[in-house]
Design a protein around this ligand. Structure first.
Ligand code: DQA
Length: 147
């Protein structure tokens, strides 16, 4: 099988509401803006992108499993599942693909329950608090890791 030239972008619960959800925390950009930015950034390195957003943990897990076959790496903002989901962590481990975790907000400046992530210690890099630009940084880091 040839090396995949596709990245998987995974956005978790409530991120479909970007642009209208707590804009003082998450900004004005929409999910479509985020996905377009990721596509543009990935294209600069000749990668295409498959984007998935779901409010359902199992859908995200299925998408990660599918990514094993035809994606080179994963950029993920798991939303609140960051702080709760061992199942999502296990799916990422099973995929055996490099992962970069991104959060729009600086989770470390927020409530204590947002300080722990089930993903960070298995991620190549973590980008927090850079807003939408963080997704572009995440893609750049993933591309760097993929060499
Ligand atoms: C978030 C931070 C999480 O704590 C929160 O549950 C989200 C968004 C972020 O991008 O800042 O849904 O992942």
């Amino acid at each position: 099988m040839s090396t995949p030239t596709r990245l998987l972008l995974v956005n978790g619960p409530n991120l479909n509401l970007l642009g209208t959800r707590e804009p003082e925390v998450y900004g004005d950009a929409t999910l479509a803006d985020v996905e377009a930015l990721v596509e543009r950034t990935a294209a600069e390195a000749s990668y295409e992108v498959r984007s998935v957003q779901s409010n359902h943990e199992g859908v995200l897990i299925d998408a990660i499993h599918a990514g094993r076959d035809d994606c080179a790496g994963i950029v993920i903002n798991p939303g609140a599942l960051t702080h709760t989901s061992i199942a999502l962590r296990d799916a990422l481990l099973a995929a055996r693909l490099p992962v970069v975790e991104v959060h729009l907000s600086n989770v470390h400046r927020r409530e204590p329950f947002r300080h722990h992530s089930y993903v960070s210690d298995i991620a190549e890099a973590v980008v927090v608090g850079a807003g939408v630009d963080g997704y572009a940084f995440a893609v750049q880091q993933l591309v760097r890791v993929l060499g």
